[in-house]
Ligand binder design. Sequence first.
Ligand SMILES: [Mg+2]
Length: 331
Amino acid sequence: MLSAFAVGDAMGMPTQLLSRERASALLADGVFVKAPSDHEICPDLPAGTITDDTDQALLLADHLIDHDGEFDSDAFAASLLEWEALMRAKGSLDLLGPSTKAALELVAADGAANVSLAGTTNGASMRIPAVGLINSVIPATEAQFLVDQVRAVNRISHNSWQANVAATFVAVVISAGLDGFDLDTAFNVGFIAAELQAELMGADFGQSVFARLRDAGFGEISAVFATLGEHFGLEYLEGNLGTSLDSEQSVVTAVALAALSPEDPYQAALWGAKLGGDSDTIAAIGASMVAACGGWSSQMDWASEFVLTTNTLELNERAERLVAFRGRKHD
Ligand SMILES: [Mg+2]
């Protein structure tokens, strides 16, 4: 699951912020390519390199491992600031997103306890997979804990219903997948949890793109891909769901890609990468949901091997340690 996330992130690295046309052209012949020399934030970064998405998802994963599955906002804010300083020192421009950055500036001045910004961008959803790994959705009391923990993790920087609804959906689908549900069923559980999260935040779930997606289903999107092919399918996704940093665009598009490729995270990631825009995040989230629900392919074997080696990443032991927190006692 974590390796599928890293594969998606690395596939989308060279195409992030590019137009769909340029992104698709760049990936026409190769799956992992180096970033173009004129790339705004990662010029010439080698093929297969992960970005801030995987870094931040693993920061939260390691934080939860170090804190026995509990979340400590002060300590996590400190580790994000430390990570950003390290990235800056390395000369990277692939840094904190807008919501997290604004929140951490306040944390640095006042401490984490009173900081709460209502960011609506997808940083919340890209960091959240570990929360799905450490919590089961069975029984309902565990699902409730998961929903509450998503909100706790997002409070400092993404305390909006939009970011929380999206992050809840992602975490719950991953969790339900590990509980043995297929993608379809995991999505149903995800929609229920997302609606609960909206209610807990006093929001009307009916206003959410997730509610529209639940009601409309994926029939039309699938039909466009099946009848008109990839080019027009991706154009449809970009035009109808969107690829911006906004949770209500990029996360929803990631969900659609997972639905389009329920057996193969590799295909979901490749489509996400070809979209351009926030392609690395879309590909990472889409691929990880598919993998959590049991989707895998022989392509994923070599792709994950390549990305893990390129970035000297250790993910299996991390995932095992995270999953071992399931069923733990809560204070
Ligand atoms: Mg990124």
